[in-house]
Design a protein around this ligand. Structure first.
Ligand code: GLU
Length: 304
């Protein structure tokens, strides 16, 4: 397996030069575009890694399914479904997706920004500090890594330049979809995006989702039904408006983030974490997708 991962990285290296770093968050543009790492965490607890698999980067949108999981645990399925829809928007992750004058909960999706911003208010807690602390604690438990923490530079960079997310949040407020202080809610969202993880962390988290909440030692971290909910949402919407193409090329639930990370979930088998910060035009890690495509073909991972 280790040899296979090394081979895949060799084949994918040329692709890092074809993508571009996310530059709309200035701090992300300072990354090294040639980084490439992969980690596979098998359900029996075995980790295999290659390249920059322990290099930290910001989780960005890969936190969205984890935010959704926590919201499901804190509120149950019906309440979550009443606040956000599940249909693919077919639009970029930060699109202002308003048809006519009505913006309804069912137009939102937790895997794109408007839906994820709204989801921050569904995390249990009196204050947004408490909500963020609970999300961070949950991510640490899922990854079995207490060292996971905030990247202060990216957080401040994102907060200072996040006008589009601010516009989205105020639009949600104007349509009565969020209550309370918008800036506090946005601060929680920006911090959630700025949590530092590695490909190895994403592989472990992906594996818990692949096992519907169960860790290799048998400990259950969330109900199986919520794992199925999240995996289904990842399959249809996890790779932005490239989700259909990804389903054909790779065929497993996955989530990408503009920091260059991808978490892939191979149901009943394994989690895969990827890191390569040069992105394609949709915001997905270019070499990361290619590596997953090769891995899926060689290990027959597609669920279809
Ligand atoms: N923090 C990023 C934003 O809100 C997350 C986007 C992403 O990774 O898709 O713009």
């Amino acid at each position: 397996m280790e040899e296979l991962l090394q081979q895949i990285l060799q084949e994918c290296r040329p692709y890092t030069g074809q993508g571009a770093l996310a530059s709309y968050i200035p701090e992300l543009a300072r990354q090294d575009p040639d980084r490439l790492g992969i980690a596979v965490f098998h359900k029996d607890g075995n980790m295999v890694e290659a390249g920059d698999s322990r290099r930290c980067f910001t989780i960005q949108s890969v936190m969205k399914p984890l935010l959704l999981l926590l919201a499901l645990q804190d509120n149950g399925r019906e309440t979550v479904r009443a606040h956000v829809g599940v249909e693919a928007t077919g639009k970029p992750f930060d699109a202002i997706n308003v048809a006519d004058n009505a913006l309804l909960a069912k137009h939102l999706n937790p895997m794109v920004n408007a839906g994820a911003i709204l989801m921050c208010q569904l995390v249990g807690g009196e204050t947004y500090d408490q909500r963020f602390a609970r999300l961070l604690g949950f991510i640490r438990r899922l990854a079995a890594n207490e060292k996971i923490d905030l990247d202060e530079e990216v957080y401040h960079s994102e907060k200072a330049t996040g006008s589009k997310n601010r516009a989205l949040a105020y639009l949600l407020k104007a349509h009565g979809l969020i209550r309370g202080d918008v800036e506090e809610l946005l601060d929680c969202y920006f911090r959630a995006c700025s949590i530092r993880v590695s490909a190895a962390d994403l592989a472990r988290i992906g594996c818990v989702l692949a096992c519907h909440g169960q860790q290799p030692d048998g400990q259950r971290l969330f109900p199986a039904a919520y794992g199925r909910f999240v995996n289904a949402n990842l399959m249809t919407c996890g790779m932005y408006d490239g989700s259909g193409d990804f389903a054909i090329r790779v065929g497993v639930p996955a989530k990408s983030g503009v920091g260059g990370g991808i978490m892939a979930v191979v149901p009943g088998r394994m989690g895969v974490g990827l890191f390569s910060p040069a992105l394609d035009e949709k915001g997905n890690s270019l070499a990361g997708i290619r590596a997953l495509e090769l891995l899926s073909a060689r290990l027959d991972l597609s669920v279809f």
